[in-house]
Design a binder for this molecule. Sequence first.
Ligand code: IMP
Length: 191
Amino acid sequence: MEIVFATNNRHKLQEVMALTGETILLRSLSDISCFDEIPETGITFNENASQKSRYIFDRYKMNCIGDDSGLEVESLNNEPGVYSARYNGTRDMELNVQLVLDKLKNHTNRKARFRTVLSLMLKGKEYFFEGTINGHITEKRSGDEGFGYDPIFIPAGYYQTFAEMTFEQKNMISHRSIALKKMLRFLKLST
Ligand code: IMP
C-alpha cells in the first residue's frame, strides 16, 4: 500500500521507514513533488497533524499520514508543545534547546515528555494514533545523534539522552514509534 508521509524531515522519515518496512510504500512530500508550505496553525498536536494529512488528501487524493510532535515540559506548563520547532521564534534548534535549559534553571521539577499524534487519511476517512514517552530534561546537552531536543531528554528508566542512543535504540522506544506501531496494527486489521 502506498502512503504519503507529509514531511521532508529526513530523521523522521528514517524512523518511520525503519518500522513500516515492506508493509507500506512510504512517500515523502518531495517524492510526490509537493513543495508547498503546508499550514500548521493549530493549537493542538491533533489539529496540526490533521491539517497536514487533509491538505495532501484534498489535493492529491492519496492516502496520507500527517504527524505533529513535540516536547512538553511539566514545570513550563507543557511548553514548548506545539511550538517546539520554533520555541524562541526561530527554527534554530540550538537556540530553542537553550531556551528550555534557561527557563528550567530555577526549577527542580524537570519532568518532560515527547508526544506524537498521527493523523491517517485512509480512503477519505481520518484516524488518530498517539504515542508518548516520559522522561526528564538534563542540565546540559549530551550526544550527537538524532535531532531537535534529543540531546537534553533522558527517557524514564534510562541513563542516556536520546542523542546518546543509537538510531535503533531510540526507535524502539520513541513517542513516534509507539504511535506508528498502533497505526501499523490498525492497518493490518483494516486492509
Ligand atoms: P514537528 O512539528 O512534528 O516536525 O516537530 C516539532 C518539533 O518537535 C521538532 O522540530 C523538534 O524540535 C521536536 N521534536 C519532535 N520529535 C522529536 C524527537 O523525536 N526528538 C527531538 N525533538 C523532537
